[in-house]
Every structure is written in C-alpha cells, then in structure tokens.
Design a protein around this ligand. Structure first.
Ligand code: DP6
Length: 332
C-alpha cells in the first residue's frame, strides 16, 4: 500500500460534542476504559471536532496536532494501535485535529475528539466499521466519545463482558424527533485543573458516596430513557439536574475535593431556577468543568441565552441544537 503523503491512506472526519443528561463517572475497567455506569446524552450541533488521520511511510512515530500545536499522543495511540491491528497496517500516523470551541474546559472535547479520531482512522486505514464498532473504538479513547458516534439522543451501555465488547453506545431517539436546544454559558475558557480520568480515579478511591451512586445509576437511566422516549421535558430536566448534582456530590466528597464550579457557575444554577420559577421550562447540567449548560425548547433559547449572558463572569454563551452522527467528510 502507498502510505506517502497524498497517498490513499488519509481521511478526515467530523464528530460533534455531547452532553450527558444521565452522567458517567468512574470505570469498571481502567485499561479497557469501560465505564462503571451507563449514561445518556445529547449530541450538540454547534460544537465539533474535525480530525484528519494520515498513515504515512515517512513517519517514525505517531504525531498529534491539536488546534495547530503538537501534543503528546497519549490515548490517541491506543485507538491508532487498535485500527492498525485490525487493518494489518504497520505505518505511523499524523493526526491533525481542530475544535471549534475551547479544548479541555469541560465542553466534552475528548468526546468529539475521540469519536472523530475513531471514524477518521478507520476510514484512512481502509477498513469498514459498523457504528457499534466505531463506538467501542472511540470508547477506548474516552468513554463519552462512544456516544458522539451517534447524533440526537444516545445511550452508552456499561456492559458486563470482561473484554468490554458490550460497552457501546446506540441511538435512543433521533434529534429531529424531539428537537431541544442547549445554551452553553462559558464561565472560564481555560483548561480544567483535574482531568476527568484522574478525577474519577480519585472519586472511586475516596468518596464514601461513590458505591451508592453506582448502585443507583441503573434506575436513573431507566427513568431518563423513558422520559426521553415520552418527549417529557419536565421529567428529563428534573432527572438531568438530579444526575448532575449527584455527580457533583461525589466530586465534592472526593479527597482532595473536586470543585469544578466557580461563582458564575453557581449564579447560573440560580438563574436557571429563577427562569423556571417564572414559567420558562429550562434545566441546567454541569460536567467536569465550570461551564453551565442549560437545556430548553428551541423557542426559549434566546431568552435563556440573554439571562445567562447577563451573569457577571459569563464570558460567552453558545446556543446549539441537537447534532448529527460522526461521519467521514473526505478520503483520499
Ligand atoms: C462528567 O469521557 O471525558 O462529562 O473516559 O476518562 O476520557 P474518560 O472520561 P470522559 O468523562 C466524562 C465525564 C462527564 C460525564 C459524562 O459525559 O457522562
């Protein structure tokens, strides 16, 4: 095979970020990156990663370029190795990745990033993968990335097999079937201080509430799945806020404590609750960073955005509708 630059082992893929409405935190198997609990998310149209993978005879090592800067390859090599193994390929790869939003700030850049990588690397290597296989592959990089293989509403199963092969995401509902909007209030565009992977290790090792949280997850997922399939925003929103606050309660009780919120994050929580008290159906969620994401009907997004943008410390808001599945955008 010709692996020179401009040869036929290059592909570019786009994947969108996602926000979990029922959260994952902690691993059943750290090596295979199998989550301890299932999770349910929505894929966002406005936040995406574009990734080009080129397998190239001229490279001695894999390379990762993120937003124009060379970075340590890290778990990217895990995904590339799995693709090389399946394709019977012995070439190193250059991975060039661009986010249209701040990287590593709790906006799920690892989700869109590893989903785009899984799809681009597979296509560049010239092998076929079903969406389920792509989801398992993306999960090896970052568990939330398993969900970004799909658009709309997606569920990632925790699975129970020792090899992690039944821990994949699948579509729950098409975005068009129940359009919702998310307003992201960016309160700090800088990278987070503790990565998700390190944070979850610390939580599972030290929070006294971690086990009960894991045990309560399946019932929460069942309720969330049913509420989404019923297009019931009030129940989805109530469950999403509870899942978020339960997650942050195990973060806060980690030793040392994981406090991802800042003052503007907390002000955002109160602003969302005030809007709701005024009759507007809007609900918050927050991940491993200080950004607040507000879930609402598309027709209410402008009012939600204006309320969040007025909070001191909110640098920017971005409104998104639900986004599509990860896909190959070019192949040469
Ligand atoms: C709080 O998927 O980034 O966003 O699998 O270690 O890469 P790794 O973690 P990651 O964690 C996401 C955590 C979360 C909740 C969620 O998206 O379910």
């Amino acid at each position: 095979m010709d692996g020179t630059i401009g040869g036929d082992l290059t592909a570019r893929a786009r994947a969108h970020s996602n926000i979990a409405l029922a959260k994952y935190w902690g691993k059943r198997d750290a090596t295979l990156n199998v989550p301890a609990v299932g999770s349910i998310s929505i894929t966002l149209d406005a936040l995406h990663t574009d990734t080009t993978v080129s397998f190239d005879t001229g490279l001695a090592d894999d390379e990762l370029w993120l937003d124009g800067r060379e970075q340590p390859v890290g778990k990217v090599a895990v995904v590339l190795d799995l693709v090389r193994e399946r394709a019977g390929l012995d070439l190193r790869a250059r991975v060039v990745s661009e986010n249209n939003f701040p990287t590593g700030a709790g906006l799920a850049s690892s989700a869109s990033g590893f989903a785009a990588l899984a799809v681009a690397a597979t296509a560049a290597a010239g092998i076929e993968a079903t969406p389920r296989e792509s989801s398992v592959l993306a999960r090896r990089g970052s568990a939330s990335a398993a969900r970004s293989i799909f658009g709309g509403y997606a569920e990632l199963h925790a699975g129970s097999s020792p090899d992690g092969s039944d821990s994949f995401a699948e579509p729950l509902l098409e975005g068009e079937a129940w359009p919702l909007s998310v307003v992201v209030a960016i309160t700090d565009p800088g990278p987070k201080t503790v990565s998700s992977t390190a944070g979850m290790q610390a939580t599972s090792a030290s929070s006294p509430f971690y086990r009960p949280w894991v045990e309560s997850a399946p019932a929460g997922l069942d309720r969330m799945r049913a509420a989404i399939l019923a297009h019931d925003l009030e129940t989805v929103g109530e469950l999403a806020e509870h899942s978020c606050l339960a997650l942050h309660s195990i973060m806060l009780t980690t030793r040392p404590a994981l406090i991802y919120w800042n003052a503007a994050t907390v002000a955002g929580i109160h602003a969302v609750r005030a809007l709701r008290a005024g009759g507007l159906p809007v609900y918050f969620t927050i991940d491993a960073g200080p950004q607040l994401k507000a879930l609402c009907r598309p027709e209410d997004a402008a009012a939600v955005s204006a309320a969040l943008a007025a909070i001191p410390g909110v640098a920017e808001t971005r409104t998104s509708t639900l986004g599509p599945a990860a896909r190959v955008v070019s192949k040469s």
